[in-house]
Structures are given as structure tokens and as C-alpha cells.
Design a protein around this ligand. Structure first.
Ligand code: DGL
Length: 277
């Protein structure tokens, strides 16, 4: 297989990392859209959740994840975690040495384009919302937009519990989204890897007039464009091997990954990426 103009092998895998399981929603979108591309996924399950942690901590975790993926010979890195993208994207870019894509720019751009009236809601973890990263990206594409942000810290544990369509989740969603609906948002960005799993419930709560933006799908589309522009698309590949690494107990990850991806998880290993330990 010939190398790209930048010297990277087009047959090399795409590296994807997240704080845990949630990034599998991004991986699924990537594997559906780019079925010829091999992937290496790192879920930092020992240190999930990133959402409430300090920016400095997230920057260290993201740097360690990047070093791990680069060590696996990836041709690009996708930061499949909104909190890590919002807090640490420049750190990842600085050390990766390969093209890097986060989830905030694709999701923010998709929202700016989709919104009819420019009234956009953004929901995510406390880390993502307090970084104001989506606000910045949306305004860079649509300066007149009104952006209303809301942290929804209960959603991640509810999804992890598998309660994606329960009464308790609907009540939490109504409470979190009420203030955004009062602002008459016409678009809502699901700015957390776990939230695509709540899409049907959220769609019912916000009603059909509000357009839901899934950062996972927007990121897969942006990755396709990035690979083309960097001459890194694996157009000849037939096998799309997927390798998975986690930093803690693998059984639960294995179960949920199979359920979420609809395919067997053949290669799953527990690794340590902690440079301090
Ligand atoms: N992956 C995180 C995100 O997208 C959600 C889970 C966590 O808090 O670590 O923000």
C-alpha cells in the first residue's frame, strides 16, 4: 500500500478515543460511513467520567490517550469525547503528529447550518458546557446565533444504567430542557457522546419542530472529508479491522460494545495509559 504525500500509510487505522463507552456512538458512525477503514478504539474506562473533572486533568488524560494511539501507528486521531475535545483539543493536536479531529467543530457547524432561526440549544457535561466551546464554534459560523447551553450531568449515569427510555429519564430531560424550550430553540445539539442513545426520548420531549444534531454523525462526515483532503482515504481496503483497548475491566465494555455496534468485539485488551502510575 502506498504512503500518502505526508508519509502516512493509507492502510493504517484511525485512532478513536473517549473517556469510556460513549465514544462508541462516534465509532459506530465512523464504521458505518467509512467501512473500509480499520479502527483502534481506546476507552479510558478506569478514569471515566471526564465530565466533572478539572481541565488540567482532562488535558493530561487526553495527552496520554493520544500517545497510546500514536504508538499503535494510527494515521489520524478522532477525539470522540466532547469533554476532552472542549478541554484538550490543542494538546492533542500538538502531540499527535497526524491529522486530528474533535467532535465540537463538526457538531457546532452542523447546528449553525441546520438552525432556521438561529436559536440553538446545546446540552452536554458540566466540563463541555463550562468550556463554552460549542458557543464559540457556533458563533464562528453564525455570528447572529443565540446559543443557550445546559449541563445535564444525570444523563451519563442514566445511559450507563441502560435507562434510555424510562420515566426517570424523561422527567430529568423535561427538567433540563424546559429552560431551553422556553427560549424557543429550533435546534438542539447533543454535545455528549452518550446522548445519541437518548435521541428517541429527547425527540419526544422537545417535539418535532426542534432539529436534533448528533455530533457523532457530523464527526464521521467531517472525518471522511479530512481523509480525502489529506489523501489518507483507504479506497482499496477490504478489511475494516477493529481493535479495542480499555483501561479497566473489559467484560461490561465487551457486552455494551457488541450491543451498540452490532458486531463481535474480536480484539479487546486491557492496557494502562497512565504516565504517572
Ligand atoms: N464522553 C463524555 C463526553 O462526551 C461523556 C462521559 C464522561 O463524562 O466522561 O463529554
Amino acid at each position: 500500500m502506498s504512503p500518502s504525500p505526508g508519509g502516512l500509510q493509507v492502510s493504517a487505522p484511525i485512532g478513536v478515543f473517549d473517556s469510556g463507552l460513549g465514544g462508541l456512538t462516534v465509532l459506530r458512525a465512523i464504521r458505518e460511513r467509512l467501512p473500509r477503514e480499520a479502527t483502534v478504539y481506546l476507552g479510558d474506562t478506569a478514569r471515566v467520567t471526564y465530565g466533572p473533572k478539572a481541565a488540567e486533568t482532562i488535558r493530561r488524560y487526553a495527552s496520554e490517550a493520544t500517545d497510546f494511539l500514536v504508538g499503535k501507528g494510527v494515521k489520524a486521531v478522532v477525539v470522540a469525547c466532547n469533554t476532552a475535545t472542549a478541554r484538550a483539543l490543542p494538546d492533542v493536536v500538538a502531540r499527535a503528529g497526524v491529522p486530528v479531529l474533535g467532535v465540537v467543530e463538526p457538531g457546532g457547524l452542523a447546528a449553525a447550518r441546520a438552525s432556521r432561526e438561529g436559536r440553538i440549544g446545546v446540552i452536554g457535561t458540566r466540563g463541555t458546557i463550562s468550556s463554552r466551546a460549542y458557543n464559540e464554534v457556533i458563533h464562528s459560523h453564525r455570528p447572529d446565533a443565540l446559543v443557550f447551553e445546559q449541563a445535564c450531568p444525570l444523563f451519563v449515569p442514566l445511559v450507563e444504567e441502560g435507562w434510555t427510555d424510562e420515566e426517570v429519564t424523561r422527567l430529568a430531560a423535561e427538567r433540563y430542557l424546559g429552560p431551553l424550550l422556553e427560549q424557543q430553540i429550533d435546534t438542539l445539539v447533543l454535545a455528549c457522546t452518550h446522548y445519541p442513545l437518548l435521541k428517541p426520548l429527547l425527540a419526544r420531549v422537545v417535539g418535532e419542530d426542534v432539529c436534533l444534531i448528533d455530533s457523532a454523525e457530523a464527526t464521521a462526515a467531517a472525518l471522511e472529508q479530512l481523509l480525502v483532503s489529506e489523501s489518507l482515504s483507504n479506497t482499496a481496503g477490504s478489511s475494516a479491522a477493529a481493535r479495542y483497548y480499555v483501561t479497566d475491566e473489559a467484560a461490561r465494555f465487551d457486552l455494551l460494545a457488541r450491543r451498540l455496534l452490532g458486531e463481535e468485539v474480536d480484539h479487546l485488551e486491557i492496557v494502562s495509559v497512565d504516565s504517572t502510575g
